[in-house]
Design a protein around this ligand. Structure first.
Ligand code: HSE
Length: 340
């Protein structure tokens, strides 16, 4: 029985909770996977700790009204760090607010979980992008797993694809559409709509980050490029090493001109092996229409691995969304279940 503590219970955390609730029987029947949620702590929605398990339907209902602390018979009032340390969870699901400048407060949650000997699954890009190497070492030191599939392209399995299916290849380049909001904007601008109008729609549809600059100035894609560089290429890079340009300088005329050349603008995140290191960038590029990335429209993401044994392998799939990102956490939980 896997005991889970949720740190953060917003869209993604609730997405996982809904999947766990819906698929409880199948998960047990197909994988022998059983779980118990023993704690939840959310900065806005409250906290509840009950070592013998909380009922997920009740939790989801209370979360809707920001009243998790009113869970009957549970200990309330614990902050994230107290919850991690006090709960008997063996896996911490860290899905709190992401900060790609400092990684906090999630970075402290990560360290507390690993130091307490608890596995950590997360979709939180900030601390993963900034501190992955140290965190991997901390997990190894404490004999636990750190899994972060959902930090890049949500539940679309790019990290597992690299770690499991492409193992044995040398990956010489990774390039892709790593941000749904900007791809949605560029796709719709191609249809003649204005930048402002489409950005507003992306916000309404829930793709955009809390501060849309994170999307349109390329910061969100930069975090994912850093995670790919560190995870796939084992490179030691920092924010300043990534050559970053967002899409705010792209005008309708540029898009029209590219179209006449048989090309299409995409915000491309790229990591290329170079000498002993890597070159990394996020910038709008004119992609040839024959490139598989050119046909990926709307909020969909895609990533091409350039490998020595297989040539180019492209995976296309959702890069955001409640269930789609919630699923990445389920995939990580099942991996821990299978490999423990
Ligand atoms: N704002 C991000 C996107 C969400 O548009 O892709 C997923 O990181």
């Amino acid at each position: 029985m896997q005991k889970l503590a949720f740190i953060g219970f917003g869209v993604v955390g609730q997405g996982l909770a809904e999947i766990l609730l819906k698929k409880k029987k199948e998960l047990k029947a197909n994988f022998g996977y059983e779980f118990s949620v023993v704690a939840v702590s959310d900065f806005n929605k409250g906290s509840a700790l009950k070592q013998d398990g909380l009922d997920l339907s009740t939790l989801l209902e209370l979360a809707g009204d920001n009243k998790i602390s009113e869970y009957p018979g549970a200990e309330a009032g614990l902050n994230a760090l107290e919850t991690i340390r006090k709960s008997n969870a063996d896996v911490v699901v860290e899905v709190s607010y992401t900060n790609i400048e400092t990684g906090e407060p999630a970075h402290s949650h990560f360290k507390a979980a690993l130091e307490a000997g608890k596995h950590l699954v997360t979709t939180n890009k900030g601390p993963t992008a900034l501190f992955l190497r140290d965190l991997v070492a901390l997990a190894a030191k404490n004999g636990v797993q750190l899994r972060y599939e959902g930090t890049v392209v949500a539940g679309t399995p790019v990290l597992n694809l690299n770690d499991l299916c492409l193992a044995g290849n040398e990956v010489t380049e990774i390039r892709g559409i790593l941000n749904g909001t900007t791809n949605f904007i560029l796709t719709n601008m191609e249809k003649g709509r204005s930048y402002e109008n489409v950005l507003k729609e992306a916000q309404e549809l829930g793709y955009a980050e809390a501060k849309p600059d994170a999307d349109v100035e390329g910061w969100d894609a930069l975090a994912k490029v850093m995670i790919l560089a560190k995870s796939v290429m084992r490179a030691d890079i920092s924010v300043e090493d990534v050559d970053r340009t967002g899409i705010t300088g792209i005008k309708l005329e540029d898009i029209e001109a590219a179209k006449k050349e048989g090309k299409r603008y995409k915000l491309i995140g790229k990591v290329t092996r170079e000498g002993g290191g890597v070159r990394a960038s996020v910038r709008p590029e004119k992609v040839d229409l024959t490139d598989p990335l050119a046909s990926v429209g709307g909020a969909t993401n895609a990533l091409t691995f350039v490998t020595d044994l297989l040539g180019e392998v492209t995976i296309v799939g959702p890069g955001a969304g409640r269930v789609e990102t919630g699923f990445s956490l389920l995939a990580d939980l099942l991996t821990i279940h299978r490999t423990q």
